[in-house]
Design a protein around this ligand. Structure first.
Ligand SMILES: Cc1cc2nc3c(=O)[nH]c(=O)nc-3n(C[C@H](O)[C@H](O)[C@H](O)COP(=O)(O)OP(=O)(O)OC[C@H]3O[C@@H](n4cnc5c(N)ncnc54)[C@H](O)[C@@H]3O)c2cc1C
Length: 469
C-alpha cells in the first residue's frame, strides 16, 4: 500500500528542509510554492530556499557559538540546507557564507530530483483541505495575505502578529544586581507572580535627561518601502515617545510609581526601567515597553547608559519590521502541531524563530515529526540541552507569557542563543575557578559538548569517538 503524502506549503528555508527530511524518511511529499505564480515583497527569484537578504548563515564555530552549534546538529541530522550551504561556501572568516544563487539552485535541483518529492507552483489561499491530513505550513515572515488571514481567523484575534515591535532582551548574568532590584510595581502578586517579578533599574533626573537626549540624537533605521506598517499606540518605539515630549517616557514605560529602590529606600527614583523574565530558565530578561528602531550599534551604547545595564549583553536587540508569526507558545504542541487541529504543523520563521538557519532547523524538526507520525512511529523531541531542543522549547514552551498586561503579546521571535539552554557551570581547570572571559568560553564549550553528545544520542548515532574509529 502506498503511503499518503505530506503536504508542505512554502518552499523557503524551512519548507525545503522539511520536504527533504520527510522524503528521506521514505514518505512522499507535495511541496506547494507560490513563487513562479505570485512573488513576495522581498524574494527576487523563483528558486527554492532563496536568501532574501544577507548571504550569511552566521558563525560556523560549533564550540563557542550557539548558531555554529545548530549548524553542527543539522549536519548530523542530514540537513539539505547545510549540505547545499557547505557545497556553495564563499570566504567569510569564521562565518558560513554562501553563493546565494548556487545555494538556491542546489536546493532546488536536489528537491526536484528526489523521486518522492513533487513540487507544485501555486498559491494556497486558505487553510489546507480536510483530506490533507498531514500538512506543514512554512510560508515565512511574508506569508501571502489570504493564507495569513485564514490562519488568523482560525487561531484567534491575538494569535498572529503582522509586524514585530521588538524590545531588546538581555542575559540575566550581565545585569548588575548591586544597582538593580527585584520588585513588581506596588508589590502586586498577580496570577502566577511573586510580587518580585521584575528587575528595576533606577535613574535620577540627570541620568534620565541624558538618556532622553541620547534617544533623540541616536541614529534610527528607516523602514523599507515594503515595511510601511503604521505604529499603533501600544507599540510606539521609545525614541518616538521621546520625540513626543521629554516627560512622555517617565509617564509611560519608565514610570517610577509603586517601586522602592531596595539598595536606597529613602531616595525616590526619577524614572525606572523594568525588565521582565523572558524564559522559564530565568536566564533572559526583556526590557518592558522598550521597542526601538535605533540602529543596533547605537542601541547598545544608549541602553548601556541605564544604571545596572552598563555591561549588559544582549540576546537580541530591538527592531521594527514586517513579520508574520504565530503566538506559538499558546497554539502549538511540543511537536509544532496546532493543538486545535492535529495533523497541521507549522515550521520556520512563522513559528517565532528568527534567521535562515533557525528557520531551516525548525523545518527539519517539523519534517521529522510529521514523517514519524505518518509512519506510526513514536515522535521523539530533541533534548532541551541541544540547540534543536533549546530553540524548539523557546517556541513551544520555554517562553513565559505575561499575565499582567492583558491583550499584549510578549512572545517574540528569536535567534538561537545560549540563554535558551539550561545553565551549566564552567568546569574548574586544574582545581582552579576560572574568571571573566575564560570562564564564559569554558562555559560555552561545556554546553556545546553536552549538546553534541545529547544530539547524537537523540538521532540514534554512535558517540563521536566511536564514530571516528
Ligand atoms: C526582508 C527580510 C530580510 C531578512 N534578512 C535576513 C538575513 O539577512 N539573515 C537571516 O538569517 N534572516 C533574515 N530574515 C529572516 C528569515 O530568516 C528569513 O525570512 C527566512 O527566509 C525565513 O525562512 P522561512 O522558510 O520561514 O520563510 P521563507 O524563506 O520566506 O519561505 C517562505 C516561502 O513560502 C512561500 N509562500 C508564502 N505564502 C505562500 C502561500 N500562501 N502559498 C504558497 N507559498 C507561499 C514564499 O514564496 C516563500 O518561498 C529576513 C526576513 C525578511 C522578511
Amino acid at each position: 500500500m502506498s503511503t499518503k503524502p505530506i503536504h508542505i506549503i512554502g518552499g523557503g528555508l524551512a519548507g525545503s528542509e522539511a520536504a527533504w527530511q520527510v522524503a528521506s524518511a521514505g514518505v512522499p511529499v507535495i511541496l506547494h510554492e507560490m513563487r513562479g505564480v505570485r512573488g513576495t515583497d522581498a524574494h527576487k527569484t523563483d528558486g527554492l530556499a532563496e536568501l532574501v537578504c544577507s548571504n550569511s548563515f552566521r558563525s560556523d564555530d560549533a564550540e563557542t557559538n550557539a548558531v555554529g552549534l545548530l549548524h553542527a546538529e543539522m549536519r548530523l541530522a542530514g540537513s539539505l540546507i547545510m549540505s547545499a550551504g557547505d557545497a556553495n561556501q564563499v570566504p567569510a572568516g569564521g562565518a558560513l557564507a554562501v553563493d546565494r544563487d548556487g545555494f538556491s539552485n542546489a536546493v532546488t535541483a536536489r528537491l526536484e530530483a528526489h523521486p518522492l518529492i513533487s513540487i507544485v507552483r501555486e498559491e494556497i489561499t486558505g487553510l489546507p483541505p480536510e483530506d490533507w491530513d498531514q500538512t506543514i505550513i512554512a510560508t515565512g515572515p511574508l506569508t501571502a495575505p489570504s493564507l495569513a488571514e485564514a490562519i488568523a481567523a482560525s487561531t484567534g484575534a491575538d494569535a498572529l502578529a503582522f509586524f514585530d515591535a521588538i524590545a531588546p532582551i538581555i542575559h540575566f548574568d550581565s545585569i548588575d544586581m548591586n544597582v538593580c532590584w527585584f520588585q513588581s510595581r506596588y508589590d502586586k502578586v498577580g496570577p502566577g507572580g511573586t510580587g518580585k517579578d521584575y528587575i528595576n533599574c533606577p535613574m535620577d533626573k540627570e541620568q534620565y535627561d541624558a538618556f532622553v537626549q541620547a534617544l533623540l540624537d541616536g541614529q534610527k533605521t528607516e523602514f523599507k518601502e515594503w515595511e510601511g506598517t503604521p505604529y499603533f499606540d501600544g507599540c510606539l518605539p521609545i525614541e518616538v515617545m521621546a520625540e513626543r515630549g521629554r516627560e512622555t517616557l517617565r509617564h509611560g514605560p519608565m514610570k517610577p510609581m509603586g517601586l522602592t529602590n531596595a539598595h536606597n529606600p529613602t531616595v525616590k527614583a526619577y524614572a525606572v526601567v523594568q525588565l521582565r523574565q523572558d524564559n522559564a530558565l530565568g536566564t533572559l530578561y526583556n526590557m518592558v515597553g522598550f521597542q526601538t528602531k535605533l540602529k543596533h550599534g547605537e542601541q547598545v551604547n544608549v541602553l548601556r547608559m541605564i544604571p545596572g545595564l552598563e555591561n549588559a549583553e544582549f540576546a537580541r536587540l530591538g527592531g521594527l519590521h514586517r513579520n508574520t508569526y504565530l503566538n506559538s507558545p499558546t497554539l502549538l504542541d511540543p511537536t509544532l502541531q496546532l493543538t486545535s487541529r492535529p495533523g497541521l504543523r507549522f515550521a520556520g520563521q512563522i513559528t517565532g524563530c528568527e534567521g535562515y538557519v533557525e528557520s531551516a532547523a525548525i523545518g527539519l524538526l517539523a519534517g521529522r515529526f510529521a514523517a514519524a507520525q505518518r509512519l506510526g512511529h513514536q515522535i521523539s523531541t530533541p533534548p532541551v540541552t541541544t540547540a534543536f531542543g533549546a530553540l524548539l522549547n523557546h517556541i513551544t514552551g520555554g517562553h513565559i507569557v505575561s499575565n499582567d498586561e492583558p491583550g499584549k503579546r510578549s512572545f517574540q521571535p528569536m535567534n538561537v542563543n545560549f540563554g535558551l539552554f539550561p545553565v551549566m557551570e564552567a568546569p574548574k581547570v586544574e582545581g582552579k575557578r576560572l574568571r571573566g572571559k575564560e570562564k564564559t568560553v569554558a562555559k560555552k564549550k561545556a554546553m556545546t559538548a553536552r549538546a553534541l553528545v545529547d544530539c547524537r544520542a537523540w538521532l540514534g548515532l554512535a558517540p563521536a569517538a566511536q564514530a571516528a574509529e
